[in-house]
Design a protein around this ligand. Structure first.
Ligand SMILES: NC(=O)c1ccc[n+]([C@@H]2O[C@H](COP(=O)([O-])OP(=O)(O)OC[C@H]3O[C@@H](n4cnc5c(N)ncnc54)[C@H](OP(=O)(O)O)[C@@H]3O)[C@@H](O)[C@H]2O)c1
Length: 294
């Protein structure tokens, strides 16, 4: 029997990383997920030591600074996680000839496009988070020829902090929540993204493909539409729900500007890897059911 090849995951305690750690991997693969305390992705020596240690099939990077508003005042920390760390990972994976699968964001776009964004649309981030994530993408793209950059959007799941959990928490104490209804995007379940990343990491043609791909659940909505869907499923299963009042971005000022449209077109990942996202509403139902214990 041959030893399993390792897939190294950074960001294993996050929303997406936690889902990756619960997956059953195909025979021949084993996941290794160091904590941030064990390996900070901005620490070149630590990353180099880990990658020198064995037969690695792929590195998946879901580590990031994801607090969009807090990033405005934490530029250095956001830069370390979102730009410097990916640059280190790209250099060290290239040194060992290992493919790097790096997760990025819809917030690299400014939202001025009317239609969903394609992979080669021009980027123009509006805040520190998007700017640092774009720098991370550029480092990966220019450094390791064996890379896949997977942009995703509006991630929610069982773990960590996210919009769906916030809505359910607010509905415990409020009858009415006011939610922004003029930003359009592509909600994405962390578990669905994790499954897609696992498919990429274990795909037979991983080394032959390089490039940028979009992955999000199918369909689109606003934050208000997402809140209503959360409460629809929650109420149907006996969980908390609230009335949702639509408001505008101007009614809810935040430190970071967000794109008014950040819908992602996923045709390319479907075509090249056969990964077909399910509708976001079905993903919301699964996550709500698991969060309310129904
Ligand atoms: N959340 C969204 O709505 C969203 C939308 C679009 C794209 N994305 C992208 O999707 C990916 C996954 O997001 P997520 O929501 O799963 O993130 P998350 O829940 O915020 O988790 C971030 C992870 O990164 C780790 N981390 C942060 N800085 C690190 C460093 N310097 N070295 C090593 N690990 C570090 C954290 O470790 P600790 O727990 O130890 O801090 C945690 O495991 C990210 O690339 C993000 O930019 C997310």
């Amino acid at each position: 029997m041959t030893a399993a090849r390792r897939i190294v995951l950074f960001g294993g305690s996050g929303q997406v990383g936690s889902e990756l750690r619960t997956l059953t991997w195909p025979e021949g693969f084993a996941l290794l997920s160091p904590t941030r305390r064990e390996v900070d992705i901005g620490d070149r020596a630590a990353v180099a030591a880990l990658l020198a240690a064995g037969d690695i099939a792929a590195v998946i990077n879901t580590a990031a600074w994801t607090a969009v508003d807090a990033a405005e005042d934490a530029r250095d920390e956001a830069h370390r996680a979102n730009a410097l760390g990916p640059a280190v990972l790209a250099e060290e994976t290239r040194r060992h000839g290992v493919p790097l699968i790096h997760v990025s964001t819809d917030y690299v776009f400014d939202g001025s496009k009317v239609a969903p964004y394609d992979e080669d649309d021009p980027t123009a981030p509006l805040g520190v988070y998007g700017t640092t994530k774009l720098a991370g993408e550029e480092a990966v793209r220019s450094t390791n020829p064996h890379h896949l950059i997977v942009r995703t959007a509006w991630v929610f799941g069982r773990h960590g902090t996210n919009f769906v959990k916030t809505m359910l928490r607010l509905a415990e104490t409020r009858d009415l929540v006011r939610v922004v209804d003029d930003q359009r995007g592509s909600p994405t379940a962390a578990a669905d993204l994790a499954a897609a990343l696992a498919t990429l990491a274990t795909s037979a043609n991983l080394r032959d493909r390089s490039g940028t791909y979009h992955f999000a659940n199918r369909g689109e909505t606003t934050w208000c539409g997402l809140a209503r869907e959360v409460f629809r499923h929650s109420a149907a299963r006996g969980g908390p729900s609230a009335e949702v009042e639509p408001i505008t971005t101007a009614d809810y000022p935040t430190p970071a500007r967000r794109p008014m449209n950040s819908r992602l077109d996923t045709a390319m990942i479907e075509r090249d890897f056969g990964i077909v996202p399910r509708p976001w509403q079905a993903a919301v139902d699964d996550v709500v059911r698991s969060l309310i214990g129904a």
